[in-house]
Design a protein around this ligand. Sequence first.
Ligand SMILES: [Zn+2]
Length: 86
Amino acid sequence: MEAFTRQAPKWTEKATHALSFCCPKCGASSHEATKVWLNRFAPVMTEDYQKKWQEFYHCQCEQVWWAWSCDRKELFNDRKAPLDQD
Ligand SMILES: [Zn+2]
């Protein structure tokens, strides 16, 4: 699991900024990404004094994209949420 390493993985270099927190190429959500890396070591202060950081996703369609953490609607671990049972 490389999501929380300090060093940016090589694949993040070609990331495209996605404004709607999904793959700009195929529209897949961040949950469907094959690789994830969160730039938690370089947070930025937002206008309302919240911290945000870049989240990088490597989509299953090979597109690499990133978005600000504050633009993410769901929690990172919401797949384990009680309401998510099948
Ligand atoms: Zn995609």
